[in-house]
Structure formats: structure tokens, C-alpha cells
Write a protein that binds this ligand. Structure first.
Ligand code: 13P
Length: 250
């Protein structure tokens, strides 16, 4: 059975003091046994304090990115083993902001995913179309290419480590969400692609999250769709009350 997951992507927000404040609020708000697996992804500098603060809770701490090489002369980068050495076993790969602003191609992302799998890490793999792709009705093909070029080379055994996150770029930080029907339509397309390219078991067991302006007032309706297994939350995850309300939307 696939899991329901709600993950907060804090992006490049919050210094150490602000992170600690958000963490204390989260710990106060969060029920002991939430209905979903809960994850948060702080910036690199706040990973270790966040991991320490959440150690005695079920919340999983994830990184927002990592480098594809094991180590070496890559000034400014962070490796899988560095993350693992501070207790971080989950990483977001392929966020549209990394693709758009840091030139991360499907090919680079395939390497990052492989490195994460080699290091026995879990991956939240993001994909999704831009507004122009949707307007020209290319969104299904574009998503298929993103998945094919970065993930479908993986052996079946790696898929227990993969969580998918469909994030239409036009819905990120814009206040405009995909309708629950648009989300369901794409998630079903992705599950069908998994079925065809990887196998029925993986298709059934892989969680597919939706991301893009998920808020407490729309989460329930989106999460109720058959192929939507939770959300990857940006803006609303920076507010403990809103984030916990979204976690409690199943
Ligand atoms: P928003 O929830 O702010 O639209 O961001 C979504 C996102 O990019 C999560 O990774």
C-alpha cells in the first residue's frame, strides 16, 4: 500500500532563529500520530538543527538538493554522504526552481537520483510542466519525457525509495492551483506510465504528491482524489498552523 505523505519545502526561507521558532510551533501543533507521513525540508544550514529538534517526533527531515558526485572539487556543493552523516536520508531532486534557475537537466537529475539510490537515500522527485506546455497541450508528453529521462532507467528494486511530486510550474507560488480534476488527470497519467514502463506493483505502491499553492482550504479536495497521495507544500509550510491543517486533511 502506498503512503500518504505531506512534505514541507521551506526553500530559501528562515534563518536559524526563525527555523527554531517554526519548529517549536510545529511541535506544539502536530498530533503525535498524524494520518500522513510528514516531512520538512529546510535549507542546508538548518538541516542539522532541524534534525536534532525533530528527533523524538515522527517527522522526517529532507534536504532540498544534493550534488551528483560522491565528493571532490565542487565548491559550494553538498554530497549524499555529508547529508547521511548528519542523519538525513531523504532528498528532493528535480524541483522546478532547480531546473529553471540552476540548469538542472533531465540528464543531471538522472545522475542525482542514481547517486541518492547508491547511497540508500529516499528521493522526492519533482516534475511538471510550464504554462506554455499546458496551453499547447504538451503537458502529458513533457511529463513523460521528464520521467523517462531521469527515472525509468532505474531497476525495479530502487522504486521503493522513490516518491513522485507533480508540481505544475504555473501553480507554484502563484496562488493558482491545478483543480483537483487536473491533478487527478495527471497523476493517473503518471501511474499509467509507471504501470507500462516499470510494472504494476511499482505503479500501485509509489506515492504521487501534488504541489503548487496547496493551502488548508483546498488540500482536502485535492488529497481526496484517487491518485493523489499527498502534497509537497511551499508557502503554507512556513506557517505551523497552516501546515498542520494540511497534514490533517486526509
Ligand atoms: P507553493 O506551495 O508555495 O506553491 O510551492 C510549491 C512548491 O514548489 C513545493 O515544492
Amino acid at each position: 500500500m502506498r503512503k500518504n505523505i505531506v512534505a514541507g519545502n521551506w526553500k530559501m526561507n528562515n534563518d536559524l532563529a526563525e527555523t527554531q521558532e517554526l519548529l517549536s510551533k510545529l511541535k506544539l501543533q502536530m498530533v503525535k500520530e498524524p494520518e500522513a507521513t510528514v516531512m520538512v525540508a529546510p535549507s542546508f544550514t538548518n538541516l542539522y538543527p532541524t534534525f536534532q529538534a525533530l528527533k523524538d517526533t515522527p517527522v522526517i527531515v529532507a534536504a532540498q538538493n544534493m550534488h551528483e558526485s560522491e565528493k571532490g572539487a565542487y565548491t559550494g556543493e553538498v554530497s549524499a554522504s555529508m547529508l547521511k552523516s548528519i542523519g538525513i536520508n531523504t532528498v528532493i531532486i528535480g524541483h522546478s526552481e532547480r531546473r529553471a534557475y540552476f540548469n538542472e537537466t533531465n540528464d543531471i537529475l538522472a545522475k542525482k537520483v542514481q547517486t541518492a539510490i547508491d547511497n540508500e537515500m529516499k528521493v522526492i522527485f519533482c516534475f511538471g510542466e510550464e504554462l506554455d506546455d499546458r496551453r499547447s497541450n504538451k503537458h502529458f508528453d513533457l511529463v513523460e519525457t521528464q520521467l523517462k529521462e531521469s527515472l525509468f532507467q532505474l531497476p525495479q528494486s530502487a522504486w521503493s525509495k522513490i516518491i513522485l511530486a507533480y508540481e505544475p510550474v504555473w501553480a507554484i507560488g502563484t496562488g493558482e492551483t491545478a483543480s483537483p480534476e487536473q491533478a487527478q488527470e495527471m497523476h493517473k497519467h503518471v501511474r499509467d506510465l509507471l504501470n507500462k514502463n516499470v510494472g504494476k506493483e511499482v505503479a500501485e505502491n509509489t506515492s504521487i504528491l501534488y504541489g503548487g499553492s496547496v493551502k488548508p482550504n483546498n488540500a482536502k479536495e485535492i488529497f481526496a482524489k484517487e491518485d493523489v497521495d499527498g502534497g509537497l507544500i511551499g508557502g503554507a509550510s512556513l506557517n505551523a498552523v497552516d501546515f498542520v491543517a494540511i497534514v490533517n486533511s486526509f
